[in-house]
Design a protein around this ligand. Structure first.
Ligand code: ATP
Length: 513
């Protein structure tokens, strides 16, 4: 646990020191759970967004993208169920006065059982050496099975109590498990209460004519209300999808863990409209497709797992999370939800307008069913960034900090470095940048010894460095250094663009899907 905290602190410090993520309005001591992306963070975020957007709208002829407004008619949130049901169960500790999400306290307790399972696996792997069969061990070891059974039973009970709005039982569960306040160790809890997460605001200048609005808590509803607009103007046939990226706002009860849980964050959502009855097929399809998309980033297969929901949201008939192993354990990265015809059906009722599709094959109109994929851009950023940050001990015993970002996502793809600041080398370096800048992001750096400049680029995640030296003047070749292998090779300037552009482009990721 202590080591996990240490790693996470390093991630946060590195993100700030190298211009990726800053606390919002820091000169005023920041604003709780709100963050700004700096020069490198904005670039990394844009690249992740581009990978998602292209994977959705460019790779699929039947998925189109829109950009709906953050403000929506207030009835939207009645129809969607958010006014009545977008609540989190909160609990206060009477001694520390700290507030927690009751469900998260219980889930963290179960998370500790997972850590115990991992420890058992490690111990056994050591004991059995090469003959160790992890899957068999997980299936048969009595201690592991006991932890798993206990965890599953707790989550099942939590799911049931939340579904039945039995908040007294959620409190009873916390007391039975003897969960203590993580800050103070006290077990003196208040009752569990529901808390609505939507931010309210007002539209209009005068008090009388002002209209109460909400900042959207999810981007999905902007897609639902535009379903017919897009279907008609795009002459879309079922099944088809509408994708969107944009800001969402939630007044989170506990917003810790850096950009994992923010009050203003960005979602990338896709609603896939399908004929009723086909949801099971598309649910499996999108679970598999989305996992593949994540795996193509190369962050390691073992860092992902599915978590199928016990407690279903009011709109869903099946739901699963793709969880990622963050520095603080496995947590939700993306949700895949079978939303039935709940949203479109409800908007039909509240708006008094038909939101139906005429199916020429079945020769009838109906409200389509919906399969949703919803991933947090900031959480993805954190997954990619924390996984990439590594301390390496080199052969000569020295160490380096390196950010091994997937090359297509790196803020800067290539840094061009003149070995010295004279003899015409800077001019050649700038000329190389002029040539490459049409196809990739570049940086120029002439300060300090070249070894230190390499280290700086390693810490920024730049996958390639090009060094211009005196030999360059004679034979038009440069040194190309790769961030990950640290290998250097001599290549001609003319070759550079061809050598690099494919490796650093988003299309190289798309091709591996
Ligand atoms: P959680 O259980 O962690 O609160 P959720 O189940 O409420 O998340 P969804 O409503 O399914 O989340 O939202 C879809 C995605 O949006 C999540 O998988 C997550 O990546 C992202 N997300 C949700 N809330 C936040 C937040 N407060 N900060 C950053 N990302 C978020």
């Amino acid at each position: 646990m202590a080591q996990q905290n240490d790693t996470f602190k390093k991630v946060i410090a590195h993100a700030k020191e190298y211009g990726f993520v800053f606390p919002s309005s820091e000169i005023y001591d920041g604003l709780s759970a709100v963050y700004d992306y700096g020069q490198n963070g904005a670039a990394l975020k844009n690249n992740i967004r581009a990978y998602w957007w292209q994977a959705m709208t460019q790779m699929n002829q039947n998925i189109v993208g829109i950009d709906a407004a953050i403000f929506m008619h207030p009835t939207t949130w009645k129809a969607s169920g958010h006014v009545d049901a977008f609540n989190d169960p909160l609990i206060d500790n009477k001694d520390s006065k700290k507030r927690y999400r009751a469900d998260v306290l219980v889930e963290d307790y179960v998370g500790k059982l997972d850590v115990k399972i991992e420890k058992e696996v490690k111990k056994a792997a050591k004991r059995f050496g090469d003959s160790f069969d992890k899957a068999q061990f997980l299936d048969t070891n009595p201690r592991v099975l006991k932890y798993k059974e206990t965890g599953d039973a707790i989550l099942k009970r939590l799911g049931k109590s939340l579904e039945n709005e039995d908040l007294a039982d959620v409190k009873a569960l916390i007391e039975e498990l003897e969960i203590a306040c993580p800050e103070s160790g006290s077990k003196n809890w208040t009752d569990v209460k529901q808390f609505n997460l939507m931010f309210g605001t007002q539209l209009g200048a005068s008090a009388e004519s002002a209209m109460d609005l909400y900042l959207r808590p999810e981007t999905a509803q902007g897609i639902f209300v535009n379903f017919l607009n897009v279907q008609k103007t795009g002459r879309m046939k079922l099944p088809f999808g509408i994708a969107q990226t944009g800001k969402a706002f939630r007044n989170e009860i506990v917003a810790r863990q850096f950009i994992f849980r923010m009050r203003e964050f960005e979602q990338m959502e896709m609603q896939f409209f399908i004929p009723p009855g086909t949801q099971q097929h598309w649910y499996e399809h999108w679970k598999e497709t989305r996992l593949k998309w994540h795996l193509a980033l190369g962050l390691g297969e073992d860092n992902y797992r599915f978590h199928d929901h016990e407690k279903l949201a009011h709109y869903a008939d099946a739901a699963s999370d793709i969880e990622f192993k963050f520095p603080f354990g496995f947590k939700e990265l993306e949700g895949i939800h079978s939303r039935t015809d709940f949203d479109l059906g409800s908007h039909e009722k509240f708006a008094g307008k038909k939101l139906q599709y005429f199916d020429p094959e079945q020769n009838k109109s109906y409200v389509p069913y919906v399969l949703e994929t919803s991933v947090g851009l900031d959480r993805l950023f954190l997954a990619v960034f924390s996984n990439a940050l590594q301390e390496e001990t080199l052969e000569d015993g020295s160490s380096r900090t390196v950010l091994k970002l997937p090359a297509p996502l790196a803020p800067t793809k290539v840094a061009v470095l003149p070995l010295v600041k004279k003899d015409g080398l800077p001019e050649v370096a700038r000329k190389i940048i002029e040539d490459l800048k049409w196809d990739m992001t570049t940086a120029y750096d002439e300060k300090d010894a070249v070894g230190r400049r390499y280290r700086r680029q390693d810490a920024l995640g730049t996958p390639f460095c090009v060094t211009v030296d005196h030999q360059t003047l004679e034979d038009q070749t440069v040194t190309l250094r790769s961030r990950d292998s640290m290998e250097q090779e001599r290549v001609s300037i003319a070759e550079l663009r061809m050598r690099l552009s494919d490796q650093v482009s988003i299309s190289s990721l798309l091709r591996s899907l």
